[in-house]
Design a protein around this ligand. Structure first.
Ligand SMILES: [Zn+2]
Length: 242
């Protein structure tokens, strides 16, 4: 189908794109190839496939797919070793931080331009949508402090849950800035989106150079996920209406 690519704005054949890249879904498909997802309101739904939308031309799709492949390789396929210096965090050394950053920006941007209801909470607004599009087009991941991303591996009953996806929502941080949060492959992402860069704890990435820190936290210490799990449990235990 011909149309305008959302990234490069060229008139091209437009492909169906995953909003959340395919590899995050892997362990989630049930036997009938339906997807188990936990939406923010805790209702447990099953959806026949991942979330697709016609967004990008082949070239732009290929660009995103390169970043995805890299991220998947270093995080899930043993491309880099984890170093644990404490029980509270792990470090990936030797990572191409710019590529990982661009990958995360591309996911957030896709959620924002998506018209699918499950991503409705993500609305970057004209300024940040245009700015992030500019960075993605230029493949400029040189300033990860511009939109700081925090990664937290969430443990449930002491174990990582690589099959866990949680749809996005947002809160304001202590300085009134917007922070988007979602879970992909059992990792909670917090992305700060603001023009106000004062007093950011953003040197997490900048100072560590080729290292990516992943915090480790029990779900009971992550209030929005703890509450969501409780909602799911309450809904599952509710007697079915006849
Ligand atoms: Zn394009």
């Amino acid at each position: 189908m011909k149309g305008t690519c959302k990234l490069c704005a060229n008139e091209r054949e437009i492909r169906k794109s995953h909003i959340i890249p395919d590899f995050h879904y892997g362990p989630l498909y049930d036997g009938a190839h339906r997807l188990n997802v936990l939406p923010s309101d805790g209702r447990h739904t099953r959806i026949p496939t991942g979330y697709y939308e016609r967004l990008l031309c082949d070239d732009c799709e290929e660009k995103f797919s390169r970043w995805e492949t890299y991220y998947k390789r270093i995080l899930f396929d043993g491309g880099l070793d984890y170093h644990s210096s404490s029980e509270r965090h792990m470090t990936l050394k030797g990572a191409d931080v710019a590529t990982v950053y661009l990958y995360h920006l591309s996911v957030l941007w896709r959620m924002s331009i998506s018209r699918l209801p499950i991503f409705g909470a993500v609305s970057l607004g004209d300024f940040h949508e245009a700015e992030i599009r500019r960075l993605l087009l230029a493949e400029d991941g040189s300033r990860p402090e511009a939109y700081p991303v925090t990664l937290t591996a969430v443990l449930v009953d002491g174990e990582a849950r690589p099959g866990w996806i949680h749809s996005p929502d947002w809160v304001r941080d202590g300085d009134g800035r917007r922070c988007y949060r979602f879970v992909l492959s059992g990792i909670a992402y917090h992305v700060l989106v603001s023009r106000d860069q004062s007093s950011l704890h953003s040197d997490l990435w900048r100072k560590t150079g080729d290292r990516i820190t992943i915090f480790v936290e029990d779900v009971m210490n992550v209030p929005f996920l703890r509450d969501s799990l409780r909602n799911v449990a309450a809904n599952l235990n509710r007697p079915k209406r006849r």
